[in-house]
Design a protein around this ligand. Structure first.
Ligand SMILES: [Zn+2]
Ligand SMILES: [Zn+2]
Length: 336
């Protein structure tokens, strides 16, 4: 089988590998489509502290179960599945309180173990979620990116009367817009980014207002509007302080960034308005929720997709995704 392997930081190869055998409790998935995420690019360039090499990357993928390991019901063979990349132990403290995404022995498919940019991938059977026929193959790898938005909004508890502000109109920001509008019916969703093309995408994904802060600071453009719910999907360490300054009293702020750089902020700027700060990593059992949202038509994954490439064009696809944020949003790989 063909697999996209990062042999070591900076070295991406399309390798010929043996088809894996599912271990006990696992399924093997014949991968059909997989989407590229920023973290795949980070692993390629050696910027993901968790990655071990060599590694088959890819954590957003869809396929059909074609073999099962011991203890897995063989009737699952032939099932169309989206695979949750979060592999957890099930019994540590975070797992015991429903937070497997921060399991003390967390293993992420495509990061800590081999992933889905491959003709075949193996995963625990409980990580493979059956999809209804209403979700087409071509869009099914996009369940995972929407689980990021599902996870942070579960903390933020959006309300229709919220004035939401989203930093960043990349894939994370766009999925957040769709979830705030389509699932939670938030009246006002505002988005800030520095690329006009991305802001146009934000509008197409349902944003009510967009701001370009490339030259004029956001504070000067908001004209006194105080957001009650803020999501940082741009993930720059300087954003937290600005978000706290702009927020309404009693607002909630959600952080998705993973920078190792300090964020400088005063206690007063948080406490004086009694702001709530939430962080969110990956997803905790959000696949069923997102699958239901797609099935009910509450979110529109097709609005994120700009490109399809065959797996053979992986280097071109990854480079385009990385270098061309003006024309590129979700790039989906098709396996043969
Ligand atoms: Zn991702
Ligand atoms: Zn655990």
């Amino acid at each position: 089988m063909k697999s996209v392997v990062i042999e070591q930081p900076g070295e991406l190869v399309l390798a010929e590998r043996a088809v894996p055998t599912p271990a006990a409790g696992e399924v093997r998935v014949r991968v059909k489509y997989a989407s590229i995420c920023g973290s795949d690019v980070h692993i390629w360039h050696g910027h993901n502290p968790f990655a071990r090499y060599p590694r088959v990357i890819g954590h957003e993928f869809f396929g059909v179960i074609d073999a099962v390991g011991a203890g897995v019901d063989a009737s699952r063979i032939g099932e169309r599945v989206a695979v949750d990349p979060v592999v957890s132990c099930g019994h540590c403290y975070p797992c015991s309180v429903g937070r497997p995404n921060v399991c003390t022995t967390l293993s992420v498919i495509g990061v800590h173990r081999d992933g889905g940019f491959s003709d075949y991938a193996v995963a625990p059977a409980s990580n493979a979620y059956a999809l209804p026929a209403t979700i087409p193959d071509k869009l099914a790898s996009l369940v995972e990116p929407f689980t990021i938005a599902a996870n942070i909004t579960a903390f933020l508890q959006p309300q229709p009367q919220d004035v939401a502000l989203i930093y960043g109109a990349g894939p994370m920001g766009l999925t957040a817009i769709q979830v705030l509008k389509g699932v939670y019916n938030v009246a006002q969703v505002l988005v800030v980014d520095r690329l006009p093309e991305r802001l146009a995408l934000a509008k197409a994904n349902g944003a009510d207002g967009v701001f370009n802060n490339a030259e004029v600071p956001l504070a000067a453009q908001l004209e006194g509007v105080q957001p009650t719910l803020i999501i940082d999907a741009a993930c720059h360490p300087a954003i937290l302080a600005e978000a706290a300054a702009l927020a309404s009293p009693a607002a909630r702020i959600g952080l998705l960034g993973f920078s190792g750089e300090p964020s400088s902020i005063t206690q007063q700027s948080l406490t004086s308005k009694e702001l709530s700060l939430f962080t969110s990593r990956l997803n905790s059992h959000r696949f069923p929720q997102v699958i239901a949202w797609m099935e009910q038509g509450l979110i529109q994954p097709e609005k994120l997709v700009t490109h399809y490439f065959p797996l053979d064009d992986i280097e071109r696809a990854m480079t385009l995704f990385e270098k061309d944020p003006r024309t590129c949003c979700k790039v989906i790989l098709q396996m043969q």
